[in-house]
Write a protein that binds this ligand. Structure first.
Ligand SMILES: [Fe+2]
Length: 276
């Protein structure tokens, strides 16, 4: 079997100005540093890294400048889409070298990596926490998916188009998920819908295909499934998603990769082939 094409997804970086912590507690810059060190140490290297929104915490130019400096050591090429914490035009000014489909407004893009199309869909609504795809966005998605019918596509957006059971986050979902599902169902080349926003690893099915939420390198939204808490975060083990594409088999496998230094690797077997 040949080595898969690896698309790493990191999400919800929430970078602040240098020296500031998110909510006064979480050093999101240090968390991103650890994430990038982990990505840079991977063998094989990811062919591409997708950053699925909430790049910075407050949409400020200084935050994007800080993010740009933090991303500089990343060896793999990367692409990014905004989340509800981002500010489109400030983000576009900080990252003018990305292949945006439009020169203003929504920041959708298509990135070809090997035999895969990465479709990055901007689900943000300026000034609002929830996601929505207006008629223009849905038309762009339909057209970009129709522009090819053979190349498999991975679809990334910030806002999950499905519920997680965490009520205060579900209220900020993609509000017209049914409209997006209708487009996806017309284009069987989409292999996965990969979102962010919830800072947790989540797996389900949407529009007949696998759908995921990518965990974050910093803090997690607390897994509160009965609404007993006020909206809360906790610092849980950081992680990212690694989408492994086995092109010759037409199979996509998503790994949840913990970030950090752990003991190992240790061999299972001794020199004689005995299980240790
Ligand atoms: Fe978000």
């Amino acid at each position: 079997m040949t080595t898969p094409l690896l698309i790493a997804q990191i999400s919800d970086l929430h970078i602040k100005r240098p020296g500031e912590k998110a909510y006064g507690v979480v050093d999101t810059a240090a968390a991103l540093d650890r994430c990038i060190a982990h990505l840079n140490g991977m063998r094989p290297q990811p062919g591409h890294v997708v950053i699925s929104g909430d790049l910075v915490d407050g949409g400020k130019a200084e935050e994007y400048a800080h993010l740009r400096r933090l991303l500089a050591p990343l060896k793999a090429p990367f692409s990014l889409i905004p989340g509800n914490h981002d500010a489109r035009e400030t983000m576009r000014a900080a990252f003018p070298d990305q292949p945006y489909a439009q020169s203003s407004g929504s920041m959708h893009m298509r990135v070809a990596v090997g035999d895969l199309d990465l479709i990055l869909l901007d689900s943000s609504v300026p000034g609002k926490p929830h996601g929505f795809l207006d008629a223009e966005a849905l038309l762009w998605l339909d057209k970009i998916l129709a522009s090819e019918n053979k190349r498999p596509a991975l679809l990334f957006l910030h806002h999950p188009p499905f519920v997680t059971g965490i009520g205060h986050m579900d209220r900020q979902n993609l509000q017209n998920a049914g409209d997006m599902a209708a487009v996806i169902k017309r284009h069987p080349r989409v292999r996965i819908v990969a979102a962010g926003h919830v800072h947790r690893a989540v797996l389900t099915r949407f529009a007949g295909i696998p759908a995921t939420i990518c965990p974050a390198p910093n803090h997690a939204v607390v897994l509160d499934l009965d609404g007993s808490l006020v909206p809360s975060f906790a610092v849980e083990p950081p992680a990212f998603h690694l989408h492994a594409w086995f092109g010759e088999r037409d199979e996509l496998v998503t790994h949840c990769v913990p970030i950090g230094n752990f003991i190992g690797p240790h061999p299972f077997f001794g020199a004689g082939g005995n299980l240790l």
